[in-house]
Structures are given as C-alpha cells and as structure tokens.
Design a protein around this ligand. Structure first.
Ligand code: 6GU
Length: 231
C-alpha cells in the first residue's frame, strides 16, 4: 500500500521508521511518503495560511498550495477513485471497521490541516477527482491532523497482510468482534498476593473460552455499554 501525507510538519512522520510499521516500510509492504505543503508555495515566506473571509479568529489554510500538492499525489488516470482523508474533529469517527476497509486499498492520501481549517474549496475540488472523507479520531480537539493521521496509519497499517507477524493476534483483540478484549495473564501464577484465575490453568479449553467471553461481555457492559446492541 502507498500512503501519501500532505503536511507542514513532515518530520512528524519520521517515527514511522520504528517498530512493526518501520519494518513494513523497509520490506516494501507499506510505503509512507510525507510531502511538505510549503514546497507547493511560490512566495518568499512559503505562506500556507491567511485571514478568514467574513472575519473571526485564527487563520485558514489557503487553497493554492493544497491544490498543487493534491495535483502531485493524485494519479492522473486512476484505476479506482482514490481516497483522500482529511483529519478533522468535525468528521465521522474513525473505527476498526473503517481501518479494515481502508487496509484493503492500494493508495491513500491524508491531508493534515492546521490553524482553524482549510479553505472549503480544497475539499470541493478534491471531491471531483477522489473520494473525500473528513475523519475524526475522537471527541476532543488536537492542534492539527498529524497525530490523528499517525494513529490512523498505525491502525490501518497493522491490518495489511504481512505487517503483524502472527495474524492470529489480530483476531482476539478489542473491537475486532465488537467487544473489548478479555484480561491476560502470564507467569508467575501468584504475584504480590494476586493469583491468576484458576480456570486459565485448568487445561480445559472450553472453560477458558467461556470465561474469556464472559469477561469480554462484563468489561464491555461496565466501561463501554454503547458498544453493546440494545436489549
Ligand atoms: Cl482527526 N484532527 C484534529 N485536529 N483534532 C481531532 C481529530 C482530528 N480527531 C479528534 N480531534
């Protein structure tokens, strides 16, 4: 998969060289290419923002550098409509289901906004050439989209076949079956007066599965009842 990221802070994405995603980048399974939005400006100060029409606080990102940057990263004759994702607290909420869907694509483009936002015409124009989505990673506000895009790239990247060594480990985790994951234990069997639940050491696989399922349901009911179906 190829991922292009347009940002005024390309160095944010240097940390993607670390760990599993770094390995995936080195082996060529995943190609992440950051682009500096300021490289698409033509003035001495490399200006990417200006005051909002209609007044108000803050600055708005200018359309021209965004237009040129997207011209560069979007293919001229795509096989399929490319997906362009703009991280925004005003977007639809990013989920595991969305990560899975996006992990099946060959090419993704992320456009990181800063300041009070991006001129609306950037979205409207991109929509003539690509499937444009505004996506939020949760109900809180970040200074810009970079950290949100890092989170999305990690969630999507680890679902690409070959990125996570043991694909089994992807199945039994929170959100994959709509529930939170069960608690895990390893050796020693007793530690600081706290014992591992005996069922896990019983050797009874059916009893272990039942216990884990109960734990998932109990934990989900307790901390995330919104994830459970009504009734
Ligand atoms: Cl995607 N961007 C920004 N700037 N803030 C956010 C967000 C995204 N998701 C939650 N807060």
């Amino acid at each position: 998969m190829r991922i292009d990221v347009v940002t005024i802070f390309p160095e944010f994405f240097d940390v993607l060289d670390i760990s599993l995603l770094g390995k995936a980048r080195r082996t060529g399974i995943l190609e992440v290419v950051p682009h500096n939005l300021r490289d698409f400006t033509h003035d001495r100060h490399r200006t990417v923002d200006d005051t909002p029409y209609g007044g108000g606080a803050g600055m708005v990102m200018k359309p021209e550098p965004w237009g040129e940057a997207l011209d560069e990263v979007l293919p001229e004759h795509p096989d399929a409509r490319p997906v362009v994702i703009f991280p925004s607290p005003a977007g639809t909420v990013f989920t595991q289901a969305m990560a899975r869907e996006l992990a099946g694509r060959d090419h993704l483009v992320f456009g990181c906004g800063r300041y009070e936002g991006i001129d609306q015409r950037v979205f409207d124009h991109a929509a003539t050439r690509a499937e444009v989505r505004l996506v939020s990673i949760g109900d809180y506000v970040l200074n810009g989209g970079e950290v949100a895009v890092m989170a999305m790239i990690e969630a999507i990247g680890r679902l690409i076949p070959g990125v996570v060594g043991n694909p089994e480990s992807l199945v039994e985790e929170s959100h994959e079956d709509g529930l939170l994951e069960y608690p895990s234990y390893t050796k020693p069997a007793s530690w600081r007066g706290l014992d591992v639940p005996p069922v896990l050491m019983s050797g009874n696989h059916k009893a272990v599965d039942t216990w884990r399922r109960e734990q998932q349901l109990e934990r989900t009911r307790r901390v995330r009842p919104d994830l459970l179906p009504p009734a």
